[in-house]
Design a protein around this ligand. Structure first.
Ligand SMILES: *[C@@H]1O[C@H](CO)[C@@H](O)[C@H](O)[C@H]1NC(C)=O
Ligand SMILES: *[C@@H]1O[C@H](CO)[C@@H](O)[C@H](O)[C@H]1NC(C)=O
Length: 152
């Protein structure tokens, strides 16, 4: 738990308006994102990096040209901050939502990040140590569930 104790999780739930539409439980856009570091190998979402990879950056944001799509990108970088390998893909959203996910992880990182969610919005920003990633996903889901249930 000592690692967890260093986590800073600020959870904000903002409700701009209450809709009368049928409620659909939220999707966490970090749920299927892979982030791990083992024995010199990074799993940086959908790319794997070995050798000189020092860190991994993952972003998921709305496609400015299409509100139904997200642009999901990941990149490994060297100690000097030079990008080594990267991948950018578009992903369809079932229900348009504002998504801003910007995660940085590197060897020896300490987790300091914020996670926020509302019915129309999800944001996860900051540095997350690879070993804390499963907990970041779990905590995000738990926070979402609390918001979802208050609207149930
Ligand atoms: C770790 O990586 C090294 C070098 O690639 C390899 O020789 C070794 O078998 C790996 N160890 C484990 C436990 O995967
Ligand atoms: C927006 O993205 C959706 C899902 O990928 C696609 O079906 C639709 O044709 C796109 N719309 C435009 C205007 O490109």
């Amino acid at each position: 738990m000592s690692q967890l104790a260093r986590l800073l999780i600020a959870f904000l739930a903002a409700f701009c308006y209450v809709t009368t539409a049928k409620y659909v439980p939220g999707i966490s856009y970090i749920d299927d994102v892979q982030l791990s570091y083992n024995n010199g190998t990074w799993q940086c979402d959908r790319i794997t990096c070995k050798a000189r990879a020092h860190g991994c950056k993952i972003t998921i944001r709305n496609n400015p040209n299409n509100e139904s799509e997200l642009i999901r990108s990941s990149a490994c970088y060297t100690k000097e901050g030079v990008s080594m390998r990267q991948l950018s893909q578009t992903q369809r959203m079932l229900k348009p939502k504002t998504v801003n996910i910007d995660v940085d992880s590197y060897v020896g990182a300490q987790s300091v990040y914020t996670s926020a969610y509302s019915l129309s919005w999800q944001e996860v920003k900051g540095t997350i140590a690879a070993e804390d990633w499963p907990n970041a996903q779990k905590d995000t889901r738990a926070s979402m569930k609390a918001v979802d249930e208050s609207h149930g």
